[in-house]
Every structure is written in structure tokens, then in C-alpha cells.
Design a protein around this ligand. Structure first.
Ligand SMILES: Nc1ncnc2c1ncn2[C@@H]1O[C@H](COP(=O)(O)OP(=O)(O)OP(=O)(O)O)[C@@H](O)[C@H]1O
Ligand SMILES: [Mg+2]
Length: 269
């Protein structure tokens, strides 16, 4: 009787041992799978870090170059003003105007690179939405040239609490893109809308619009489809919007052309 009992206990023990062994095996497999997952995660993070370090190094070089270019650009502007005062012929004046436009574009690109390579310092203050938008419109007008672009600006009256320089820069980049999208002219619409909580700036053009597969990449740094583009314009727009608690969106208009929408909180809390 005692023999049978001890045999049963032995079998029970064996069964428990097998169970424990099976569980241990399972945990071991799970652990191995987790270790392999973590190893891949570490490798991915290392790649990302290396990529970020390369970008940061590139950013520093770009910022240095951009800085060096800004001063001579200021000099060129001064010489153009002097030339203007020399009583130029109509052709000469037109050439000076063309150079001024190119300098203006270069200046925008250089400023974009500089802003991109730094942490944005947002300096919000009370301003009218109209002054922000008109600042950008006046700058864009310098880049527009004689292309048959009709500007249609509609802005709600009212104050916002935003960084006027950064927000103007955001709008200017949207306007520059719209102008570049319509080399043969068209209507460029800028809408500024205010509600109690929100400030929405929309820029619409009648260009070719955006290919659906590109909609997801537009705001990534260095994404460009232009031969002389840096691909920093929209990325900077998003950075400026986000730094002020807002967001950017891009879509195609049903009637053709692109629409870029910037939504910002009217007052930051
Ligand atoms: N209004 C628009 N219509 C059609 N495509 C646009 C428009 N705005 C931007 N894009 C697309 O988004 C890309 C990225 O724009 P982004 O402003 O970031 O760079 P870029 O204009 O190419 O160069 P940069 O602004 O630095 O001179 C453009 O190259 C273009 O393909
Ligand atoms: Mg651009």
C-alpha cells in the first residue's frame, strides 16, 4: 500500500517537473524572442541616432554657410539701391529689379536654413492677423515678378497672440510655393479666419496641385521636387506652427490647385 502511494507521489512529482520544464522552456523561448526584439530596437535607435547626428552636423555646416551668405546679400541690396539712383534706362531698371527678386529669394532660403538649424524661440505678442499676413504678402510681391498672378486676400479683423515674425515667415513660404506652382499665372488666395479660440490661415493656388502619393512627404525636411529647391520651406512651416501649438495640413482643391491650411490657437494657454 505504501509502495503504491509513494509511486503515485513520484508520478505526480514527475508530472510537475515536466510541467515546470515545459514552462521554463516556454519562458526561455519568450525571453529569447524579447531579447531579439530589443536587439533590433537598439539597432534601429542607433541608426536613427547616427542619422540625427549626421543631420545635426550638416545643419551646423549649413547654418555657417547661410550666415556667411547673408552679409554679402545685404551688400548686393545696397549696390542695387545705389544703381537705382543712377538714372538707369528702362532696361537697366528692369534688370536691377530682376536681380532684386533673385536676392530676395536667396535671402528667404538662407533665413529658412538658419531658422531650421536652431531651436525656434517663439516671441508671442498681441498683433492683428492682418499685419502678419500683409507682411508676408508684401515680401512675396517682391518675388512675384511680372507673372500674371492675381492676389486675393481676405482677412478677419482682430488681434491674435502669436510670434509675428515667425508666423509671417510661415505664410511667406506658403505664398512662395503658390507663386512657384503657377509660372503662367493664376489666382492666389489667402484667407485669414478668426474664431474665439482659433486662427486659421489658408493659402490656395490654381497650380497643378499635389500628387496623392506626395501628400505624406511634403512637410519632411529636404523633400523637394524643384531643381533649385531646398525642401525646407514646408518643413519650417510645420515647425513654426507646432512651436506655437498649431498644425499644418495640405490638400488638393476639388476645382484644381493646392490648398495649405495652418491652424493656430488664437491665444496660447
Ligand atoms: N502650392 C504647391 N503646389 C504644388 N506642390 C507644392 C506646393 N507647395 C509645395 N509643393 C510641393 O512640396 C515640395 C516641398 O515644398 P517646400 O516648400 O518644402 O520646398 P521647396 O519649395 O521645394 O524648396 P524651398 O521652399 O526650400 O525653396 C515642393 O518641392 C513641391 O513638390
Ligand atoms: Mg518652398
Amino acid at each position: 500500500m505504501a509502495g503504491i502511494q509513494s509511486q503515485a507521489t513520484f508520478h505526480e512529482l514527475l508530472a510537475q517537473y515536466d510541467l515546470a520544464l515545459a514552462r521554463l522552456g516556454q519562458s526561455h523561448d519568450e525571453l529569447l524572442a524579447r531579447v531579439s526584439e530589443l536587439q533590433s530596437e537598439v539597432a534601429r535607435k542607433n541608426d536613427l541616432l547616427a542619422h540625427k547626428e549626421r543631420l545635426a552636423a550638416l545643419g551646423e555646416v549649413a547654418a555657417g554657410v547661410a550666415h556667411e551668405i547673408r552679409n554679402p546679400l545685404g551688400g548686393i541690396r545696397l549696390y542695387l539701391d545705389l544703381l537705382d539712383q543712377c538714372g538707369l534706362s528702362a532696361d537697366g531698371a528692369a534688370t536691377v529689379e530682376k536681380i532684386r527678386r533673385v536676392v530676395s529669394r536667396l535671402d528667404r532660403v538662407v533665413r529658412d536654413v538658419l531658422l531650421h538649424s536652431r531651436e525656434l524661440q517663439v516671441q508671442a505678442r498681441g498683433v492683428t492677423l492682418c499685419s502678419i499676413i500683409m507682411d508676408a504678402v508684401n515680401c512675396a510681391a517682391q518675388e512675384m515678378g511680372d507673372g500674371a498672378i492675381t492676389l486675393d486676400v481676405e482677412v478677419d479683423e482682430g488681434q491674435v497672440r502669436l510670434d509675428p515674425d515667425l508666423t509671417s515667415r510661415l505664410v511667406l513660404n506658403l505664398l512662395a510655393n503658390a507663386v512657384q506652382a503657377m509660372p503662367d499665372g493664376g489666382t492666389l488666395r489667402v484667407l485669414g479666419r478668426l474664431t474665439t479660440e482659433c486662427c486659421t490661415i489658408t493659402v490656395e493656388d490654381e497650380g497643378p496641385g499635389i500628387a496623392p502619393e506626395r501628400l505624406g512627404s511634403l512637410f519632411s525636411p529636404f523633400f523637394t521636387t524643384k531643381a533649385s529647391g531646398t525642401g525646407l520651406g514646408l518643413s519650417l512651416c510645420r515647425k513654426i506652427a507646432q512651436a506655437q501649438g498649431g498644425a499644418m495640413e495640405a490638400e488638393n482643391r476639388p476645382q484644381g490647385g493646392a490648398r495649405f491650411i495652418c491652424r493656430l490657437p488664437r491665444v496660447r494657454t
